[in-house]
Write a protein of this length. Structure first.
Length: 473
């Protein structure tokens, strides 16, 4: 990893030397139903570089509206217009509600409701973690799992390099993570390079401290929300590599070690944890997809484990402690150094799974505004584009695939809103991008606490959808 990749220049965010200035228009394509054979396309010239089309979702039962290219001179909503439109909806929210709407072209806050008040964010906290990762890490860098010679003849050590996507699936089969490194490939390389292997050990020393954060419920392991955070695991600790929300194991590094031993043809029942010497002889290695791809996937499927890993990698790159405490400290420091004010953010983890986390909507909005800022403009932050690329499409994919349905009040936002979701008990949040009726790209962050998600989420969806249909001038 590259240390000190991020750099603050005045009041703008900038990372030199990344070579990410490829102009690629964001295109969101949703298939239409029946025999229409049409498509819904949203093209946003301000969202440039490293942004791929969203995956095609299941066919909706009714045609969604057609969108052309966004006008280059689309007018921005006014504060008065947004207050008139969103104010009553915010007033009607039960419990605690905060929100903000910004214009990424200018960075101006257009509307806000208690946006500096910190609430429990749920998974929208991942925007903070992943922004810090992109500010710190080389987006083309990878996470490497290696095997080194052990201290005794015939022994090899599987050294965890932080890659949560490592899989034991054979070539040609893929689980939750795209383009994963393969343990089968590593085993083949090791057997070819070192015959006569009799024992496998594992090294998990890359990360330190507890493997679970304050505010995490251990029952969430079986529920599929996390696995203990270790630098060595298979498929994010999932028992079924293809089950995005399936149960996880409570000993991911051990499972990886024993699986590797089996691939080497060993009948090994236990695996010893050791710390290898820095000068140990490397036998073979495999590497993950690029960091930018990991970021996109983490946002798309809201993967808690990947978020925690990237937080620790940020800490390592910045010279901090790769623990929960160290990762949070370095994450917030990275944002601050880049000009994103983290005041009010109090976090116990990097994923938002902790019930102890508190984050202001103001910060989520600022991160999204930076990620969606115009290419080559005064606030050019193209290196944050993977955040936008990974946002689920309303009614289309990821964690929004079953929301903004055609029969809902929020149907106007279907295929137009792209947003990160956040859900815990009595916690709901939605933060992302949307184009309004005039074709202006806006970013938003809405947070609700104290209300059941089944009640709050439709209301948040309605507010985002209202933005999509409002010129608000």
């Amino acid at each position: 990893m590259t240390l000190g990749f991020g750099q603050r220049i005045g009041d703008t965010l900038r990372v030199p030397g990344r070579g990410l200035r490829r102009a690629v228009v964001v295109v969101v394509v949703l298939a239409l139903a029946g025999a229409t054979g049409g498509a819904v396309a949203l093209t946003a010239p301000v969202l440039l570089a490293q942004v791929r089309p969203a995956a095609a979702p299941a066919l909706p039962p009714v045609p969604a509206r057609m969108l052309g290219p966004l006008p280059a001179t689309a007018p921005a909503p006014t504060a008065a217009g947004l207050t008139s439109t969103l104010g009553p909806m915010a007033d009607a929210m039960a419990g605690d509600f905060t929100g903000t709407v910004l214009d990424p072209d200018t960075g101006k806050v257009l509307w806000q409701r208690d946006a500096a008040t910190a609430l429990a964010p749920g998974s929208t906290a991942k925007l903070i973690t992943l922004a810090a990762a992109l500010l710190t890490l080389d987006p083309t860098g990878t996470l490497t799992t290696k095997v080194v010679a052990g201290s005794t003849p015939g022994t090899v050590v599987l050294v965890g390099g932080g890659d949560p996507t490592l899989t034991a699936l054979p070539q040609g089969k893929t689980g939750v993570y795209p383009d994963p490194a393969r343990l089968t490939t590593l085993a083949t390389r090791v057997k070819a390079a070192m015959p006569g292997i009799t024992k496998v050990e594992i090294d998990t020393s890359r990360y330190t401290g507890p493997t679970s954060a304050s505010g995490w419920d251990q029952a969430d392991i079986a529920a599929g929300n996390f696995t203990p955070i270790e630098p060595l695991m298979l498929d994010g600790g999932r028992m079924d590599p293809g089950a995005r929300d399936g149960a996880r194991v409570d000993n991911p590094a051990e499972v990886a070690g024993l699986t590797f031993a089996k691939l080497l043809g060993l009948d090994q029942k236990t695996v010893e944890v050791v710390k290898t010497s820095p000068d140990a002889t490397q036998i073979a290695s495999v590497s993950s997809a690029p960091i930018s791809d990991l970021v996109e996937n983490t946002i798309q499927i809201s993967d808690n484990v990947s978020a925690e890993v990237l937080a620790r990698e940020t800490a390592i790159s910045r010279g901090g402690d790769p623990s929960f405490t160290g990762a949070v400290k370095e994450t917030l420091a990275a944002l601050s150094a880049a000009g994103l004010d983290p005041t009010g953010a109090v976090m116990s983890d990097g994923s938002g799974l902790s019930t102890d986390d508190r984050v202001p909507a103001r910060l989520l909005g600022a991160i999204l505004a930076a990620a969606a800022a115009p290419s080559q403009g005064p606030h050019d932050t193209e290196f944050l584009r993977p955040i936008i690329a990974g946002l689920p499409v309303a009614g289309g994919d990821g964690t929004l695939d079953d929301r903004f349905t055609p029969d809902a009040d929020s149907a106007a936002g279907r295929g137009v809103v792209r947003a990160k979701t956040g859900t815990l008990t009595n916690v709901s949040s939605l933060a992302g991008v949307v184009t309004d009726a005039d074709g202006r790209l806006l970013v938003f962050a809405f947070m609700s606490n104290g209300v059941l998600p089944s009640k709050a989420r439709p209301r948040l969806d309605d507010i985002a959808a209202k933005l999509s249909g409002c010129g608000c001038r």
